[in-house]
Design a protein around this ligand. Structure first.
Ligand code: NAP
Ligand code: G4F
Length: 339
């Protein structure tokens, strides 16, 4: 009998890589997609797996829809990757973020409790919960201080996962994942915005790339490595919470430099604050400029994860470092331009 997995958020970056991993392991994969006039399967097509998945229409804010899907199938594993995942827009739509990223988790967990308590559950939690960090590096014992409506809602999702594990014995694990990226990353997240902007510049459309806070630091890994960690969490005898991170933190400015170098753009930084710019050394043309529109009402300035527990208990190791990641993404966008 094939193992059966349900992936919510299968049309997103992580959903696509996780689906590929599970199919390679011989799973039957059911992908939960939002109803629209044109179901989103672009990333699954790029990975060549769009036709290998059974699709169900699903929305985390629609309780009866979730009930029907969970009641009518038996899943060995349920991965809840669906979310309003862009931190920046969570200030514009805070109620929606709370509904999907917070209450959506308990809707799903309560259906599991009622209809399929033996299913194993993965919740996509996040290093955004550390927010205004209390100590560095951050691990499973670091207190949370979320800084955005997104982070606050995800913190509820994390604790309700822990609570259903402790209250009802559900095999529910929460993966506290630090930023992970790939050529399939959404174009509004800073890494992909950078690699798309640099590819556009290198291909001759020399429009400056406008960014916000270049001083923020992130612990960036490769999404393909992180979905392996998700799967490993659900193979453990007991459920638990795990940080996945690389243990290296990098300012946005350096990610720009790594990506630019990979496609042959040498940068020279000038100015400070809102006047800061990156010029192409060869031509003096502006490659990057600051637009305060991209500053956030409250910033997460530094994230640096300690994944010692995942290393020890799951045998999980990230394989791709930040320079290699930036080069992989920049090269992919350069090769595929226009995107
Ligand atoms: P993503 O590319 O933005 O994908 C998000 C997915 O959620 C999409 O499939 C989206 O569907 C779906 N979705 C949004 N609202 C929904 C709703 N109301 N009901 C059902 N599905 C909905 O995000 P990702 O980078 O793959 O991240 C996956 C998960 O990990 C998210 O929960 C995110 O918050 C979390 N996370 C990500 C990172 C990271 O660095 N990538 C780090 C920590 C945690 P549509 O295609 O229809 O929009
Ligand atoms: O790429 P970002 O939008 O990712 P952020 O906010 O760290 O969130 C991502 O990682 C979380 C894990 O920690 C996930 F939970 C979440 O779902 C998402 O995947 O922004 C990264 C940093 C921020 O400090 C932001 O202020 O980049 C800074 N930044 C500077 N200029 C910018 C820009 N971010 C974006 N999106 N666009 C800019 O122009």
């Amino acid at each position: 009998m094939k193992m059966r997995a349900l992936i919510t958020g299968i049309s997103g970056q992580d959903g696509a890589y996780l689906a590929k991993l599970l199919l390679e392991k011989g799973y039957h994969v059911t992908g939960a997609v939002r109803r629209s006039s044109h179901p989103e399967t672009t990333r699954l097509q790029k990975l060549g797996i769009a036709d290998d998945i059974e699709y169900v229409y699903f929305d985390l804010i629609e309780t009866n829809n979730i009930i029907r899907i969970i009641r009518d199938s038996t899943f060995d594993e349920i991965y809840n990757l669906a979310a309003q995942s862009f931190v920046g827009s969570s200030w514009e739509q805070p109620v929606y973020a709370a509904d999907v990223n917070g209450l959506g988790v308990v809707r799903l967990l309560d259906c599991i409790r009622t209809f399929t308590p033996q299913s194993r559950f993965y919740q996509a939690s996040t290093s955004e919960m550390f927010g205004l960090v209390r100590s560095t590096p951050q691990n499973e014992d670091t207190p949370f201080h979320p800084r955005s409506p997104y982070g606050v809602a995800k913190t509820y999702g994390h604790y309700i996962t822990v609570n259903y594990r402790e209250s009802f014995g559900i095999h529910a694990s929460s993966g506290i994942l630090f930023n992970h990226e790939s050529p399939l990353r959404g174009s509004e997240f800073v890494t992909r915005k950078i690699t798309l902007g640099l590819a556009r510049f290198a291909r001759g459309e020399q429009v400056p790339l406008a960014l916000g806070n270049l001083d923020a630091k992130r612990d960036w890994g490769f999404a393909g490595d992180y979905v392996e960690g998700m799967w490993r969490m659900l193979q453990q005898e007991t459920a638990d919470d795990y940080v996945l991170a690389t243990g290296v933190t990098t300012p946005i400015r350096d990610f720009v430099r790594f990506a630019a170098e990979a496609i042959g753009i040498e940068l020279e930084w000038t100015g400070t604050g809102e006047a800061e710019q990156a010029l192409e050394r060869k031509t003096g043309k502006v490659v990057v400029q600051i637009n305060p529109r991209f500053y956030r009402p409250a910033e997460v300035s530094l994230l640096l994860g300690d994944a010692a527990k995942a290393r020890a208990k799951l045998g999980w190791e990230p394989k791709v470092g930040v320079r290699e990641l930036a080069a992989m993404m920049a090269q992919a966008d350069f090769d595929n331009w226009p995107a």
